[in-house]
Design a protein around this ligand. Sequence first.
Ligand code: INI
Length: 147
Amino acid sequence: MRVAIVVSRFNDFVTERLLEGARAALRDAGVADTDVEVLRVPGAFEIPIAAQRIAELGRVQAVICLGCLIRGGTPHFEYIASAAAHGITAAAAATGVPMAFGVLTTNSVEEAIERAGAGPENKGREAAAAALEMAALLTGLGDGPRA
Ligand code: INI
């Protein structure tokens, strides 16, 4: 099983912790570090294009998308959150490669940090588990029509 992680640098004090959580979940599931490709992008807005491109290259069975949006006083938050969610959904549909949504959208820094802790509540860890489950599900369905 080869997996890609697309992680945004914006709010990296949170996203690097999400990345650690995702890596831990993959190791726990027996995925070797050498089978994990990490792509860093500037912000959550750029996640979908990187996720789609790595999926199109055909060398990974799942993509884990990690980012962090913290609500401010501007509509920017809503636009980027919506673009990331829709873009990741569209990239998965276009490529057939499952993509997990590990993009935090929180009201405060405190909430973001809570969701990126070292334990099982880490949302990067959850996203990685979802990605592996979906990759196994889709692999189990096979390529051809039902007999
Ligand atoms: N990107 C994030 O990942 N999180 C944010 O909270 C954020 N805010 O607040 O602006 C953010 N902005 C950058 C955006 O994702 C793009 O990188 C930028 O607009 C360039 O396309």
